[in-house]
Design a protein around this ligand. Structure first.
Ligand SMILES: Cc1cc2nc3c(=O)[nH]c(=O)nc-3n(C[C@H](O)[C@H](O)[C@H](O)COP(=O)(O)OP(=O)(O)OC[C@H]3O[C@@H](n4cnc5c(N)ncnc54)[C@H](O)[C@@H]3O)c2cc1C
Length: 403
């Protein structure tokens, strides 16, 4: 039998693990489980190329971690466990309209003297650092290869039926189980969702010129294309959100490199080689509530947004940080974790903030998804206006840095 106040988190992705670590660090008994096996690091990536095919060790799933999330991960004791040579800070950001004339620069393009705007890190490195933290704490338990099968409402919380036939009781159940959250569905929290009708093609490329620790994004004829600088100065992670993925997914490596060159306007010299491509269908969704009786949702289980500004995980880390703060305060006040007024504090703090970012992403997506000449003019004028007003740029950076 569990401790009476044990919190069970379903989903040991970036966000579920960070919440578990934040709770355990506050002396709260917590367990987290995931259907996936424990993540692993591939052997030290060796860079090889054959023709236009790159093998960079399969590091294609990375996140742009903003400074607010980096501080949170550092407070959890996870950030310092990530091999620094695998963390790539970026100091500048360039955004331009491939079909227009406008271009904005943020931060210090060409300099590393300023503070970084963010850090590109492989997701599995962050996950493993958080798992190491949890494995050292007596009040935390992490189980991989174990899924949520069903839920039964009990008087004092939930009885969680697991895929191995066992059950776990908890007074607070946290759904950190991603966009297709089973927790959200089983407890009946309604969700508004729609497909962006885009698929993100993700890969790693090798370029002739160094990236200069600048993150770049171009709004191309096919959809937004982001190049995120990796620790090797000639490697970038590519996220290309495509309206019609078949057009580019079917290309061989040489033709794909050529498309990248043409659409990216040779910003980092020619694209020499590309790793195997993977794809993710994109959709926007938002749970109508993040909380229910004895339940809270965090991360993608609560909200999924377009990856064009690299904010999804950052919003999730902020959810985890605030929920942990709210629950730690409840513990100090001698209140139950699942009291409505306790969970409502979390909903109040995170709901509007997440909706604001989701709304902004929607506007961006729509503005750049049209060839209407009036809208083209408007977005180029808007970009130029932002580019010419330093205070506005600083405000955007501050907002994007904190989530
Ligand atoms: C192409 C792309 C690029 C992105 N780039 C960025 C970026 O640069 N910066 C950024 O901030 N965000 C980025 N994002 C968004 C970011 O990846 C997500 O917001 C983030 O990974 C969500 O984490 P999560 O832990 O909430 O969910 P997930 O990563 O989906 O994790 C959910 C976990 O729950 C587990 N699970 C599911 N069902 C069950 C069950 N029934 N029982 C047990 N376990 C279960 C899954 O196995 C999984 O491990 C990007 C997204 C995409 C698609």
């Amino acid at each position: 039998m569990n401790q009476p106040d044990e919190i069970v988190i379903v989903g040991a992705g970036l966000i579920g693990l960070s919440l578990a670590a934040a709770l355990a660090r506050n002396g709260i008994q917590v367990s987290v489980l995931d259907t996936n096996p424990r993540p692993e690091l591939s052997a030290e990536p060796k860079l090889t190329t054959r023709g236009n095919r790159l093998d960079a060790g399969g590091i294609s799933r990375v996140s742009a971690v903003n400074p607010g999330s980096q501080i949170f991960l550092s407070q959890l004791g996870a950030w310092e466990r990530i091999d620094p040579s695998m963390v790539s800070p970026f100091y500048g950001m360039e955004v331009w309209d491939g079909r227009g004339t406008s271009r904005i620069q943020f931060g210090e393009v060409g300099s590393t003297a300023a503070s970084p705007l963010g850090f590109i890190v492989a997701n599995n490195r962050i996950e493993l650092a958080l798992i190491e933290v949890l494995e050292e704490l007596d009040n935390a338990r992490v189980d991989f290869g174990l899924g949520l099968a069903d839920l039964k409402r009990e008087e004092t919380g939930y009885s969680v039926a697991l895929s191995d036939g066992s059950t776990r009781c908890c007074s607070l159940l946290v759904g950190a189980d991603g966009g297709n959250s089973k927790v959200r569905d089983l407890v009946g929290i309604r969700n508004v969702s729609w497909s962006y009708k885009q698929t993100a093609v993700v890969t790693t490329i090798q370029t002739a010129e160094p990236h200069g620790q600048v993150a770049r994004q171009c709004f191309t004829q096919y959809g937004p294309l982001a190049l995120l600088p990796l620790s090797n100065p000639h490697l970038c992670s590519v996220v290309w959100s495509l309206n019609d993925p078949e057009l580019l997914l079917g290309l061989d490596d040489e033709a794909f490199c050529r498309e990248l060159d043409e659409n990216f306007e040779h910003e980092t010299g020619s694209v020499l080689a590309v790793e195997q491509r993977t794809s993710f269908p994109l959709q926007q969704q938002h749970a109508l509530r993040y909380i229910s009786d004895h339940v809270a949702l965090i991360g993608d289980a609560a909200h999924t947004i377009h990856p064009l500004a690299g904010q999804g995980a950052n919003l999730g880390f902020a959810d985890a940080r605030i929920l942990a703060q709210v629950l730690a305060a409840a513990k100090l006040e001698g209140r139950g974790f699942s009291e409505k007024s306790v969970l409502a504090r979390y909903q109040r703090q995170r709901g509007p903030a997440n909706l604001l970012v989701a709304g902004a992403m929607e506007v961006f997506k729509r503005l750049y998804d049209t060839d209407n000449p009036g809208i083209n003019w408007l977005r180029n004028a808007g970009m130029r206006f932002i580019g010419e007003h330093g205070q506005l740029k600083s405000l955007i950076i501050r907002l994007a840095s904190a989530s």
